[in-house]
Write a protein that binds this ligand. Structure first.
Ligand SMILES: [Zn+2]
Length: 49
């Protein structure tokens, strides 16, 4: 099953771990956190880890 990069920078997808679709960097967000650009590669699409 391929991963769908459904979460984007600027959204508030909720508490959880998200993985950068470009470099695989794992990002943890709280309930009200806005998704930042990837701190590692500046990519703006993520998938739920
Ligand atoms: Zn990245």
């Amino acid at each position: 099953m391929s991963r769908v990069c459904q979460y984007k920078t600027g959204e508030r997808p909720g508490r959880g771990s998200y993985t950068c679709c470009n470099c695989g960097f794992c990002l943890k967000l709280g309930a009200d956190d806005k998704m930042p650009p990837c701190p590692n590669c500046n990519n703006t699409t993520f998938t739920k880890a």
